[in-house]
Write a protein that binds this ligand. Sequence first.
Ligand SMILES: [Zn+2]
Ligand SMILES: [Zn+2]
Length: 177
Amino acid sequence: MDYDTYGSTAVELAIDLANADRDAGPDWAAAFLRAHDEWFEPGSDVDLSPAEADQAATTAGLVRAVAVATTQAEVIERLNALLALARPQPYATDHDGELHLHYARRAAPALEQLTTTVAMGLAQVVVQHGWQRLGVCSAEGCDDVYVDTSRNASRRYCSNTCASRSTVAAYRARRKV
Ligand SMILES: [Zn+2]
Ligand SMILES: [Zn+2]
């Protein structure tokens, strides 16, 4: 499996968006865009209006809905709802030295770039590598989603933090008996 393509790293943006803390206040979306500004055309205005922030939340919710789906029919329905929000106008670029595709038109508003990149990146991984590559963290008290890029599809946790926390908890539980 080759994950060294824009499409598969764009899925990381989708996962980050799905896991973003939307209770952090009305500025969560602008804060998210600022923290991921390498994804947006230089000069993009990332100060989203409240309505745009709501749309970003909808996109985040749909990414999560795809990741937690348990049947292919659910995946298709939810992925298509997400793709319906995208406005792809792909173009090839080698701005970072590697030839790759960008999905959104250059001058698109930041929200359009976000929605389109996230939808296309997620769709590409689901179609090429299977929706089973998406999952929910197995750690207690965490329901973040992840994309499994491991060779043998063995991932169960959203992060190394959750993985090691769970290992410690399992060790302690075993010692108690
Ligand atoms: Zn690029
Ligand atoms: Zn986790």
